[in-house]
Design a protein. Structure first.
Length: 353
Protein backbone atom coordinates (compact mmCIF):
# COMPACT_ATOMS: atom_id res chain seq x y z
CA UNK A 1 0.00 0.00 0.00
CA UNK A 2 1.38 3.39 -0.94
CA UNK A 3 1.82 6.06 1.71
CA UNK A 4 -0.11 9.30 1.20
CA UNK A 5 -0.49 11.87 3.95
CA UNK A 6 -2.23 14.73 2.12
CA UNK A 7 -5.29 14.81 -0.12
CA UNK A 8 -7.72 17.44 -1.39
CA UNK A 9 -11.34 16.33 -1.72
CA UNK A 10 -14.77 17.81 -2.51
CA UNK A 11 -17.65 17.00 -0.17
CA UNK A 12 -21.35 17.79 -0.53
CA UNK A 13 -24.32 16.96 1.66
CA UNK A 14 -27.52 15.82 -0.02
CA UNK A 15 -30.29 18.15 -1.15
CA UNK A 16 -33.62 17.86 0.62
CA UNK A 17 -36.48 16.26 -1.27
CA UNK A 18 -39.36 18.39 -2.58
CA UNK A 19 -42.75 18.45 -0.89
CA UNK A 20 -45.73 17.03 -2.78
CA UNK A 21 -49.01 18.59 -3.85
CA UNK A 22 -51.79 16.02 -3.49
CA UNK A 23 -55.46 15.70 -2.58
CA UNK A 24 -57.42 12.81 -1.13
CA UNK A 25 -59.62 11.08 -3.64
CA UNK A 26 -61.69 8.41 -1.93
CA UNK A 27 -65.03 6.93 -2.77
CA UNK A 28 -67.87 8.33 -0.71
CA UNK A 29 -65.60 11.07 0.73
CA UNK A 30 -67.04 14.34 -0.48
CA UNK A 31 -64.33 16.69 0.76
CA UNK A 32 -60.97 14.95 0.54
CA UNK A 33 -58.60 17.80 1.32
CA UNK A 34 -54.84 18.16 0.77
CA UNK A 35 -52.57 15.22 1.63
CA UNK A 36 -49.20 16.01 0.00
CA UNK A 37 -46.32 14.67 2.14
CA UNK A 38 -43.02 16.31 3.05
CA UNK A 39 -39.77 15.66 1.23
CA UNK A 40 -37.02 13.59 2.84
CA UNK A 41 -33.88 15.03 4.40
CA UNK A 42 -30.70 14.95 2.33
CA UNK A 43 -27.82 12.70 3.38
CA UNK A 44 -25.18 13.90 5.84
CA UNK A 45 -21.39 13.82 5.49
CA UNK A 46 -19.55 12.16 8.38
CA UNK A 47 -15.88 11.74 9.28
CA UNK A 48 -14.97 8.55 11.11
CA UNK A 49 -11.59 7.29 12.31
CA UNK A 50 -10.75 3.65 11.65
CA UNK A 51 -8.01 1.71 13.42
CA UNK A 52 -5.51 -0.04 11.19
CA UNK A 53 -5.35 2.69 8.54
CA UNK A 54 -2.12 4.69 8.21
CA UNK A 55 -2.49 6.30 4.79
CA UNK A 56 -4.89 8.48 2.79
CA UNK A 57 -4.31 6.56 -0.43
CA UNK A 58 -8.06 5.89 -0.82
CA UNK A 59 -8.55 9.61 -1.44
CA UNK A 60 -5.96 9.68 -4.19
CA UNK A 61 -8.24 7.99 -6.71
CA UNK A 62 -11.59 9.45 -5.63
CA UNK A 63 -11.86 13.12 -4.80
CA UNK A 64 -15.62 13.78 -4.94
CA UNK A 65 -17.98 12.59 -2.20
CA UNK A 66 -21.64 13.53 -2.51
CA UNK A 67 -24.42 12.38 -0.19
CA UNK A 68 -27.70 11.29 -1.78
CA UNK A 69 -30.67 13.59 -2.25
CA UNK A 70 -33.77 13.04 -0.14
CA UNK A 71 -36.78 11.51 -1.88
CA UNK A 72 -39.75 13.70 -2.70
CA UNK A 73 -42.96 13.45 -0.73
CA UNK A 74 -46.10 11.86 -2.16
CA UNK A 75 -49.83 11.64 -1.61
CA UNK A 76 -51.52 10.12 1.42
CA UNK A 77 -49.20 12.23 3.59
CA UNK A 78 -46.23 10.01 2.80
CA UNK A 79 -42.87 11.57 3.65
CA UNK A 80 -39.97 10.93 1.29
CA UNK A 81 -37.07 8.77 2.41
CA UNK A 82 -33.88 10.38 3.72
CA UNK A 83 -30.82 10.42 1.46
CA UNK A 84 -27.98 8.00 2.15
CA UNK A 85 -25.10 9.42 4.20
CA UNK A 86 -21.48 9.61 3.08
CA UNK A 87 -18.87 8.42 5.59
CA UNK A 88 -15.22 9.42 5.17
CA UNK A 89 -13.20 6.64 6.81
CA UNK A 90 -9.90 8.16 7.94
CA UNK A 91 -6.78 7.08 9.84
CA UNK A 92 -6.39 8.18 13.44
CA UNK A 93 -4.43 11.43 13.49
CA UNK A 94 -6.07 13.00 10.43
CA UNK A 95 -6.62 16.73 10.38
CA UNK A 96 -9.41 18.22 8.27
CA UNK A 97 -8.37 21.64 6.98
CA UNK A 98 -10.03 24.42 5.03
CA UNK A 99 -9.15 25.02 1.40
CA UNK A 100 -6.48 27.53 2.48
CA UNK A 101 -4.55 24.61 4.08
CA UNK A 102 -4.03 26.66 7.24
CA UNK A 103 -7.35 26.67 9.11
CA UNK A 104 -7.81 23.40 11.01
CA UNK A 105 -11.50 22.51 11.06
CA UNK A 106 -11.17 19.20 12.87
CA UNK A 107 -8.43 17.12 14.48
CA UNK A 108 -9.29 13.43 14.80
CA UNK A 109 -6.97 11.87 17.38
CA UNK A 110 -9.11 9.07 18.89
CA UNK A 111 -10.02 5.65 17.46
CA UNK A 112 -13.64 5.19 16.35
CA UNK A 113 -14.29 8.92 16.57
CA UNK A 114 -17.30 10.00 14.49
CA UNK A 115 -18.03 13.65 13.70
CA UNK A 116 -20.73 15.25 11.56
CA UNK A 117 -19.11 17.46 8.92
CA UNK A 118 -22.17 18.59 6.95
CA UNK A 119 -25.89 18.23 7.49
CA UNK A 120 -28.13 17.36 4.58
CA UNK A 121 -30.70 19.84 3.32
CA UNK A 122 -34.11 19.88 4.99
CA UNK A 123 -36.96 18.37 3.03
CA UNK A 124 -39.64 20.70 1.67
CA UNK A 125 -43.12 20.78 3.18
CA UNK A 126 -46.02 19.24 1.28
CA UNK A 127 -49.27 21.09 0.68
CA UNK A 128 -50.88 19.34 3.67
CA UNK A 129 -48.64 21.46 5.88
CA UNK A 130 -50.13 24.70 4.53
CA UNK A 131 -53.82 23.95 5.01
CA UNK A 132 -55.68 26.24 7.37
CA UNK A 133 -59.16 27.51 8.03
CA UNK A 134 -58.66 30.25 5.45
CA UNK A 135 -56.73 28.15 2.93
CA UNK A 136 -58.39 24.76 2.86
CA UNK A 137 -57.02 23.60 -0.49
CA UNK A 138 -53.44 24.89 -0.93
CA UNK A 139 -51.97 24.01 -4.27
CA UNK A 140 -48.33 24.72 -3.54
CA UNK A 141 -45.48 22.94 -1.75
CA UNK A 142 -41.92 23.75 -0.73
CA UNK A 143 -38.81 22.69 -2.55
CA UNK A 144 -36.14 20.97 -0.49
CA UNK A 145 -33.21 22.95 0.84
CA UNK A 146 -29.95 22.51 -1.09
CA UNK A 147 -27.05 20.69 0.56
CA UNK A 148 -23.76 22.29 1.57
CA UNK A 149 -20.60 21.83 -0.48
CA UNK A 150 -16.93 22.73 -0.09
CA UNK A 151 -13.37 21.64 -0.85
CA UNK A 152 -11.29 20.47 2.09
CA UNK A 153 -7.77 19.14 2.69
CA UNK A 154 -7.03 15.97 4.60
CA UNK A 155 -3.65 15.88 6.33
CA UNK A 156 -2.43 12.85 8.22
CA UNK A 157 -0.14 13.23 11.23
CA UNK A 158 0.80 9.78 12.41
CA UNK A 159 0.20 9.03 16.07
CA UNK A 160 3.55 8.12 17.61
CA UNK A 161 5.10 8.48 21.07
CA UNK A 162 8.67 9.06 19.91
CA UNK A 163 10.21 10.37 16.70
CA UNK A 164 13.57 9.78 15.05
CA UNK A 165 15.33 12.76 13.44
CA UNK A 166 18.73 13.29 11.90
CA UNK A 167 20.58 13.81 8.65
CA UNK A 168 20.21 11.22 5.88
CA UNK A 169 22.11 8.00 6.67
CA UNK A 170 22.26 8.77 10.38
CA UNK A 171 21.01 5.25 11.17
CA UNK A 172 17.35 6.03 11.88
CA UNK A 173 15.87 3.17 9.83
CA UNK A 174 18.44 0.75 11.23
CA UNK A 175 17.52 1.80 14.76
CA UNK A 176 13.80 1.33 14.03
CA UNK A 177 14.32 -2.14 12.55
CA UNK A 178 16.51 -3.15 15.51
CA UNK A 179 14.02 -2.14 18.24
CA UNK A 180 10.78 -3.17 16.53
CA UNK A 181 9.40 -5.52 13.90
CA UNK A 182 9.24 -2.78 11.30
CA UNK A 183 11.15 -3.42 8.08
CA UNK A 184 12.06 -0.06 6.53
CA UNK A 185 14.35 0.00 3.54
CA UNK A 186 18.02 0.22 4.59
CA UNK A 187 20.84 1.02 2.18
CA UNK A 188 24.22 2.80 2.09
CA UNK A 189 23.01 5.92 0.30
CA UNK A 190 21.10 9.04 1.36
CA UNK A 191 17.29 9.34 1.32
CA UNK A 192 16.67 5.61 1.50
CA UNK A 193 13.57 6.47 3.56
CA UNK A 194 11.08 8.27 1.32
CA UNK A 195 8.09 8.27 3.66
CA UNK A 196 7.50 7.78 7.42
CA UNK A 197 7.56 4.35 9.03
CA UNK A 198 6.05 3.29 12.35
CA UNK A 199 7.30 0.59 14.70
CA UNK A 200 6.03 -0.73 18.04
CA UNK A 201 8.65 -1.11 20.79
CA UNK A 202 7.85 -3.75 23.46
CA UNK A 203 10.06 -3.32 26.51
CA UNK A 204 7.74 -5.05 28.97
CA UNK A 205 4.07 -5.87 29.47
CA UNK A 206 3.37 -2.36 30.71
CA UNK A 207 6.04 -0.58 28.64
CA UNK A 208 5.02 -0.32 25.01
CA UNK A 209 5.28 2.67 22.71
CA UNK A 210 5.21 3.64 19.04
CA UNK A 211 8.23 5.16 17.34
CA UNK A 212 8.21 7.02 14.01
CA UNK A 213 11.05 7.23 11.50
CA UNK A 214 10.86 10.12 9.03
CA UNK A 215 13.05 10.92 6.00
CA UNK A 216 16.33 12.64 6.79
CA UNK A 217 16.68 16.42 6.88
CA UNK A 218 19.37 18.42 5.13
CA UNK A 219 20.30 22.08 5.26
CA UNK A 220 17.57 24.15 3.63
CA UNK A 221 14.88 21.48 4.12
CA UNK A 222 12.39 24.18 5.23
CA UNK A 223 12.89 25.78 1.80
CA UNK A 224 12.30 22.48 -0.01
CA UNK A 225 15.87 21.13 -0.23
CA UNK A 226 16.04 17.35 -0.42
CA UNK A 227 12.69 15.86 0.47
CA UNK A 228 11.96 19.01 2.44
CA UNK A 229 10.26 19.20 5.82
CA UNK A 230 6.77 18.06 4.78
CA UNK A 231 7.04 14.90 6.90
CA UNK A 232 7.96 16.73 10.12
CA UNK A 233 4.25 16.99 10.89
CA UNK A 234 4.31 13.29 11.76
CA UNK A 235 6.41 13.93 14.85
CA UNK A 236 4.47 16.98 16.09
CA UNK A 237 2.40 14.74 18.37
CA UNK A 238 5.43 12.85 19.75
CA UNK A 239 6.30 13.13 23.43
CA UNK A 240 10.04 12.98 22.78
CA UNK A 241 12.58 13.01 19.94
CA UNK A 242 15.64 10.81 19.49
CA UNK A 243 18.19 12.81 17.53
CA UNK A 244 20.71 10.49 15.87
CA UNK A 245 24.06 11.87 14.72
CA UNK A 246 26.29 9.73 12.51
CA UNK A 247 29.61 9.37 14.33
CA UNK A 248 31.51 8.43 11.16
CA UNK A 249 31.13 11.89 9.61
CA UNK A 250 33.61 14.70 10.06
CA UNK A 251 31.82 17.42 12.05
CA UNK A 252 29.17 15.95 14.36
CA UNK A 253 28.46 19.33 15.99
CA UNK A 254 27.61 20.85 12.64
CA UNK A 255 25.37 17.88 11.80
CA UNK A 256 23.45 18.38 15.05
CA UNK A 257 23.21 22.14 14.47
CA UNK A 258 21.86 21.68 10.92
CA UNK A 259 18.96 19.49 12.02
CA UNK A 260 18.07 21.72 14.97
CA UNK A 261 18.03 24.74 12.67
CA UNK A 262 15.55 22.98 10.36
CA UNK A 263 13.33 21.96 13.28
CA UNK A 264 13.31 25.56 14.50
CA UNK A 265 12.48 26.89 11.01
CA UNK A 266 9.61 24.42 10.71
CA UNK A 267 8.01 25.46 14.01
CA UNK A 268 5.21 23.39 15.47
CA UNK A 269 6.91 23.33 18.87
CA UNK A 270 9.46 20.70 17.79
CA UNK A 271 12.48 22.45 19.31
CA UNK A 272 10.69 22.60 22.69
CA UNK A 273 10.11 18.86 22.83
CA UNK A 274 12.15 16.61 25.08
CA UNK A 275 15.20 15.47 23.14
CA UNK A 276 17.63 12.59 23.54
CA UNK A 277 20.86 12.96 21.56
CA UNK A 278 22.80 9.88 20.49
CA UNK A 279 26.02 9.28 18.57
CA UNK A 280 25.29 6.37 16.21
CA UNK A 281 27.46 3.85 14.32
CA UNK A 282 30.09 3.70 17.04
CA UNK A 283 30.96 0.16 15.93
CA UNK A 284 32.71 1.76 12.93
CA UNK A 285 34.74 4.19 15.09
CA UNK A 286 37.92 3.94 17.12
CA UNK A 287 37.83 4.56 20.87
CA UNK A 288 39.63 7.88 20.49
CA UNK A 289 37.16 9.05 17.84
CA UNK A 290 34.22 8.08 20.05
CA UNK A 291 35.56 10.09 22.99
CA UNK A 292 36.46 13.11 20.86
CA UNK A 293 33.22 13.29 18.91
CA UNK A 294 31.00 12.56 21.92
CA UNK A 295 32.66 15.49 23.71
CA UNK A 296 32.16 17.78 20.71
CA UNK A 297 28.51 16.78 20.45
CA UNK A 298 27.90 17.28 24.17
CA UNK A 299 29.45 20.75 23.97
CA UNK A 300 27.11 21.63 21.09
CA UNK A 301 23.84 20.27 22.49
CA UNK A 302 24.54 20.98 26.17
CA UNK A 303 23.36 17.59 27.43
CA UNK A 304 24.74 14.05 27.88
CA UNK A 305 25.11 12.05 24.67
CA UNK A 306 24.23 8.38 24.36
CA UNK A 307 26.47 6.03 22.36
CA UNK A 308 24.68 3.63 20.01
CA UNK A 309 25.44 0.84 17.62
CA UNK A 310 22.57 -1.03 16.02
CA UNK A 311 25.04 -3.50 14.47
CA UNK A 312 26.53 -4.56 17.79
CA UNK A 313 23.41 -3.69 19.84
CA UNK A 314 25.49 -1.48 22.11
CA UNK A 315 23.47 1.16 23.96
CA UNK A 316 20.23 0.17 22.23
CA UNK A 317 18.46 -1.05 25.34
CA UNK A 318 19.48 2.04 27.29
CA UNK A 319 18.18 4.30 24.52
CA UNK A 320 14.81 2.54 24.51
CA UNK A 321 14.43 2.92 28.28
CA UNK A 322 15.46 6.58 28.07
CA UNK A 323 12.70 7.15 25.50
CA UNK A 324 10.21 5.25 27.65
CA UNK A 325 10.97 7.42 30.69
CA UNK A 326 10.26 10.57 28.68
CA UNK A 327 7.06 9.07 27.24
CA UNK A 328 5.88 7.88 30.66
CA UNK A 329 6.41 11.36 32.10
CA UNK A 330 4.51 12.97 29.19
CA UNK A 331 1.60 10.54 29.63
CA UNK A 332 1.44 11.24 33.37
CA UNK A 333 1.44 15.00 32.76
CA UNK A 334 -1.30 14.65 30.14
CA UNK A 335 -3.41 12.52 32.48
CA UNK A 336 -2.98 15.00 35.34
CA UNK A 337 -3.96 17.90 33.07
CA UNK A 338 -7.05 16.01 31.91
CA UNK A 339 -8.13 15.26 35.48
CA UNK A 340 -7.59 18.89 36.48
CA UNK A 341 -9.69 20.08 33.53
CA UNK A 342 -12.54 17.67 34.30
CA UNK A 343 -12.66 18.21 38.09
CA UNK A 344 -15.06 20.99 39.14
CA UNK A 345 -13.72 23.98 40.98
CA UNK A 346 -13.96 23.76 44.74
CA UNK A 347 -16.99 25.69 45.96
CA UNK A 348 -16.22 28.81 47.86
CA UNK A 349 -17.03 28.72 51.54
CA UNK A 350 -20.16 30.70 52.22
CA UNK A 351 -19.78 33.61 54.62
CA UNK A 352 -21.61 33.41 57.90
CA UNK A 353 -21.71 36.06 60.57
Amino acid sequence: MKFLDQAKIFIKSGDGGNGAVGFRREKYVEFGGPDGGDGGTGGNVWAETVEGLNTLIDYRYQQHFKAAKGDGGSGANRTGGAGEDVILRLPVGTQIMDEDRETVLLDLTKPEERVLLMEGGRGGKGNAFFKSSTNQAPRHAQNGEPGVERWIWLRLKLIADAGLVGLPNAGKSTFLSAVSRAHPKIAAYPFTTLHPHLGVVDLAADARFIIADIPGLIEGAHEGAGIGDRFLGHIERCATILHLVDGTQGDVADAYRTVRTELDAYGGGLVEKAEIVALSKIDAMSEDDIVEKAAALEAECGKPVMLLSAASNKGMREAQFALWEQIKKARADEKAAKIAAESPDEPEESWTP
